[in-house]
Structures are given as structure tokens and as C-alpha cells.
Design a protein around this ligand. Structure first.
Ligand code: CA
Length: 391
């Protein structure tokens, strides 16, 4: 190819039409973005934000956006950019993502825009796998493991008594045989440091419940000042916790790095980090375990970029992911490809409330998730069940 031809391509306003697809029928024919409610009266926060992409050849790919506030803001952005994608090649997911990111950059891009792009990216990878007849993990370079251990992620503990925390932890500890347990505080985000002795008492009680050697983590959900975080972090070190998640506000990047550098316990952050550039900022601040979320930022393409950044910096890559369906399985595909996978996958919702929409719902067996090996994400989604529940 001549330099002149390359330059012409580089300046093309319509990258989706550069080159031709090696696979026929992968042009985007329709994009649908909708919420699904799993139970009558589900609050928006309990709904799932789905993006469904169909190709002219009749293939269907599914993605999911972060359900924060119901995900409706991300879905609206998908509806907004959908017409510009009709006729584009679904296999060009990275070009599409970069083009849309830069078109919508002045809307944020953090949060709603990156959630929209993440959902689209996951759907396009699902389509790519179906078009080529291969599971996503093969397209990403292959899996180091297809059985993935998980940790039970248990939220809502700020308002519980010590006894109630123990009751819930014991139930999941016995029912799921997780590789680790994470206690999430989920406290009042407008207050700081308001029950440090109580928080430590809950951690101590859980440690006594599960025994001295069981891997535990504590997630402050941005609850503390730097001083408060140091106090809690020292207690977690004494109790042998494995990591201390988001001790201070995510937007106080330098403070997060300070806590990470001063404590011996591994401090993690970055589930509220929405770009690769912001991920580099938090690593530069001193955080050495990062947790980007596949449905909040980047999708599969973005998470693989995050993984490369982490590998280059010697930082642990431990994605955040709380949704039990499409997002979870997309996350497992990425995790399976990571050589230095140091922590189990997050598993936050064992309720099975979404299982009705899948012929092969992702369910742990004997403490592990089995990576699906069908084409794309490998999820067999029952469209009619989604349609019944859509908003
Ligand atoms: Ca968290």
C-alpha cells in the first residue's frame, strides 16, 4: 500500500468503510438499547442495561452497560449514536469505539458515555466471535485457565449490625465455597469516618468466623479520610486481610496513592476510573492494584488495554464486576487471558434473578466458574425473555 493511500485512509471521516470485511454479512443492521426488569417493581438500579446489535447476516451480539441509576443515561447515548453505525462493519469495534469516544468526549467522557461504549464494544466482540465461530477468549489470544475461581462480594454492611454481617457472610461462605470474601461497606457517601470502631469490629468478627487463613478483603466504598483510612488499614493488616479497596474518595487520586504507599496492605482502586489515561494517573499516584470495570469503561477492548498497562507497570489487574449476566461472562473471557491473575473474579449477586434469560446461565460449581466455549461470549440468550421484561 502506498504512503499516499495510507494517508488517505488515515484522514478518512468514515473509518468504518476503510477496507473490506473478510467475513460477509457483518455489517450492522440494527442497534437496540433497553432496560430489562427481572422482577415486578424492580427499581431502576436493579434493572439491567442491554445493548443488542444485529448484523445484515442475521447474527446478534449482546452487551451490557453499567446499571448505575438504571443505566438509562448510557442507553440514551447508545440510541443517539446508533444511526451513525448502521452499515458499519461490526468487526471494526476498536475503530468504532475510538471514533465515538472522540465524538462524545465533551459530554464527559466519564461514566455514561464510557458505559455506552463498553456495552457496544461487548456486543461487537460477541458478534465477532459468532461471525468467526470462535469464543472471545480465543480471539483475545487464548486462555491461561478456563475454570475461574471467584470471591463472594458482599455489600450493604455499613447499616448492618455485627450479627447481621456474620449471618450473611456465613450463608454465602457455606453455600458458594468462594476462594475469598470481600466485605463492602456501602455507607453514606456524604459522610466520612463516621463509624470506624464499628467498621473494624465487623472485620474482626468476620475474620474470627472464617478462620485465620481464609482470604478476606474490605471495601470502604470511598468512606474515609486519609487519616481514617490509615487507622482502618492498620487494623486490616493486623487481621490479615488481603486487600483494602477504595479507602478514600476516588476523585482524590493523590490521596488514594498516599494511602496505598503508606500502608503495607495492598490498596486497590479504579473501579470508578473510566479511561486508560485516568488508569495511568492512579498508577502514577501509587496504587498497585487496579479494578477497572468492563461495563463501566472500555468493554473488552478497553479492559485488554488496561491489562497491558498493568503488565507494563507491574500493577495487579483485578477487574471490578458486579453484574451476574453478560458483563460477568465478558469479564471472565478477559480474566482467562491474563497471565498474572492474582485474585479471584468478583461475584456479587448469587440470586439467580437473571437466569431466566439464559439457556446456560453463568453459575458457579464447586467454587469456580467455567468459561463458556461457544462462539462469541458463549452465552445462549433467550431473546423472548428479554422482550417480556424490557422497558
Ligand atoms: Ca468496590
Amino acid at each position: 500500500m502506498s504512503a499516499g493511500r495510507e494517508n488517505a485512509n488515515a484522514s478518512s471521516p468514515d473509518p468504518g468503510r476503510v477496507g473490506s470485511s473478510p467475513v460477509s454479512d457483518t455489517l450492522i443492521a440494527a442497534i437496540d438499547a433497553f432496560q430489562v426488569s427481572w422482577q415486578p417493581g424492580d427499581s431502576p438500579g436493579r434493572r439491567t442495561a442491554i445493548v443488542r446489535v444485529r448484523t445484515e447476516g442475521g447474527l446478534t451480539g449482546y452487551g451490557e452497560a453499567s446499571p448505575m441509576l438504571g443505566g438509562e443515561h448510557s442507553l440514551q447515548i447508545v440510541r443517539d449514536f446508533a444511526p451513525s453505525l448502521l452499515g458499519q462493519d461490526a468487526l471494526d469495534q476498536a475503530v468504532i469505539a475510538d471514533r465515538l469516544m472522540h465524538k462524545y468526549v465533551k459530554l464527559g467522557p466519564e461514566g455514561a458515555v464510557t458505559g455506552a461504549l463498553a456495552a457496544l464494544d461487548i456486543a461487537l466482540w460477541d458478534l465477532k466471535g459468532k461471525a468467526l465461530g470462535l469464543p472471545v477468549y480465543k480471539l483475545l489470544g487464548g486462555a491461561w485457565r478456563t475454570s475461574l475461581p471467584f470471591y463472594a462480594s458482599i455489600g450493604g454492611n455499613a447499616d448492618r449490625s455485627v450479627e447481621d454481617v456474620l449471618r450473611i457472610v456465613e450463608k454465602r461462605f457455606k453455600a458458594e465455597t468462594p476462594a475469598a470474601i470481600k466485605i463492602r461497606l456501602d455507607g453514606d457517601r456524604t459522610r466520612q469516618d463516621y463509624d470506624i470502631p464499628g467498621d473494624i469490629a465487623k472485620c474482626r468478627a468476620v475474620r474470627e468466623l472464617v478462620g485465620a487463613d481464609f482470604p478476606l478483603a474490605f471495601d470502604a466504598n470511598n468512606q474515609y479520610s486519609v487519616g481514617g483510612a490509615m487507622r482502618v488499614g492498620r487494623a486490616l493488616e493486623d487481621l490479615g486481610f488481603l486487600w483494602f479497596e477504595e479507602p478514600v474518595q476516588h476523585y482524590h487520586v493523590r490521596a488514594m496513592g498516599e494511602v496505598a504507599q503508606r500502608l503495607d496492605i495492598t490498596v486497590s482502586a479504579a473501579e470508578q476510573t473510566y479511561t486508560t489515561q485516568a488508569l495511568v494517573d492512579i498508577i502514577n499516584a501509587g496504587v498497585r492494584m487496579v479494578q477497572p470495570d468492563i461495563i463501566k469503561m472500555g468493554g473488552i477492548t478497553g479492559l485488554m488495554q488496561c491489562a497491558a498497562i498493568c503488565f507494563a507497570h507491574g500493577v495487579e489487574f483485578v477487574p471490578h464486576q458486579t453484574q451476574p449476566g453478560i458483563g460477568h461472562v465478558a469479564n471472565l473471557h478477559v480474566l482467562s487471558t491474563i497471565m498474572h491473575s492474582t485474585k479471584p473474579a468478583e461475584y456479587a449477586d448469587p440470586s439467580g434473578r437473571m437466569d431466566v434469560a439464559f439457556r446456560n446461565p453463568p453459575t458457579p460449581q464447586n467454587g469456580v466458574f467455567q468459561l463458556p466455549d461457544g462462539p462469541g461470549l458463549g452465552l445462549e440468550i433467550i431473546d423472548s425473555e428479554l422482550e417480556k421484561r424490557r422497558h
